[in-house]
Design a protein around this ligand. Structure first.
Ligand code: BV8
Length: 251
């Protein structure tokens, strides 16, 4: 259990008065749900799986079956997991502030499952699919397939609708993320290593708009020198932050 975290009075005040809050989440926000992170911890994905083989278009084109199976296994693992208390605190914060936006790098759909209404998915969603020519594909028709199906429109291979490395982020999603970051009064990064661009540039937009920058992370990150750091796990710190700001326990 994380020790009780002390909160800066300025942060408490900023959160009580905030009209517009952003929660920017990475793999660490889902870690306590049991979803592996990418670069930290003993079960991180990129330690066991080569990014080039599994999270690039070239890797998929080299071995579509292998990549399809890897994502199918991740979907099945995620199906057995649940959003954790961090997702629920973020979702309930909507009751307390006029506008709460979740900008996530995660593809697990856990923010939506926990009840967050405004979720911008920068890196796609593991439960969504498209073909190599970007035709949309109905999930229910493919998500149990043992191998990548063929698009009914053009016959090309179907792939997960996630953003692989060296692929551009969805333009509309990133434009909205940038706009909201520039407008927010508090920007809280939850479980982000800040290693992946261009997502990791969003705090700079928030800072340019004068936002209070916060991070929740049990480990040091690139963001330490820019943000007010709450050193601890998301599922332990966020309920304490709720208590400190709203004077009521989160349950
Ligand atoms: C693009 C979807 C251009 C797939 C993912 C050299 C330098 C800089 C950048 C680059 C470079 N070379 C190439 C690039 C660009 C590259 C990049 O940033 N590479 C980095 C790694 C060097 N970026 C791209 O390729 C992007 N596209 O640039 O396109 C372009 C433009 C136009 C036209 C053509 C091309 C695309 C990036 C998206 C890749 N897709 N995921 C999938 O998931 O299968 S990235 C992957 O990393 C996930 O989305 C993940 O969320 C994301 C970021 O990582 P984190 O979420 O931060 O996770 P991580 O494990 O790293 O850290 C977890 C953190 O949580 C840690 O700090 C840990 O301490 C903390 N934590 C752990 N437990 C807890 C916790 N915190 C709180 N509570 C806990 N309990």
């Amino acid at each position: 259990m994380t020790d009780t975290v002390t909160f800066d009075e300025g942060l408490i005040k900023a959160l009580r008065e905030a009209e517009n809050i952003i929660f920017f989440t990475g793999a660490g926000a889902s870690a306590e749900s049991g979803v592996p992170t990418f670069r930290t911890g003993t079960d991180s994905l990129w330690v066991d799986f080569d990014v080039e083989d599994y999270a690039t278009l070239d890797g998929f084109n080299r071995n579509p079956q292998k990549v399809w199976q890897w994502y199918k296994g991740r979907r099945e693992n995620m199906a057995a997991l649940q959003p954790n208390v961090a997702h629920h605190v973020i979702a309930r914060w909507q009751e307390k502030a006029p506008r709460v936006t979740v900008i996530t790098q995660n593809i697990d759909n856990f923010h939506q499952d926990a009840g967050s209404d405004l979720v911008i998915e920068l890196h796609g969603n593991i439960h969504h699919f498209k073909c190599l020519n970007d035709h949309p594909v109905e999930s229910s028709s493919v998500d149990n397939s043992e191998e990548p199906p063929l698009c009914e429109i053009c016959g090309s291979l179907v792939r997960p609708d996630v953003v692989w490395f060296n692929e551009p982020l969805p333009q509309e999603a990133f434009d909205h993320a940038e706009m909201f970051s520039r407008e927010c009064s508090v920007f809280i990064a939850v479980g982000c290593s800040m290693e992946v661009q261009p997502a990791a540039f969003l705090p700079a937009f928030a800072a340019s708009g004068g936002a209070y920058l916060v991070q929740i992370n049990p480990e040091a990150s690139i963001f330490d020198k820019y943000a007010y750091t709450l050193r601890g796990k998301a599922g332990e710190v966020l309920p304490q932050l709720w208590q400190a700001v709203w004077g009521e326990s989160f349950n």
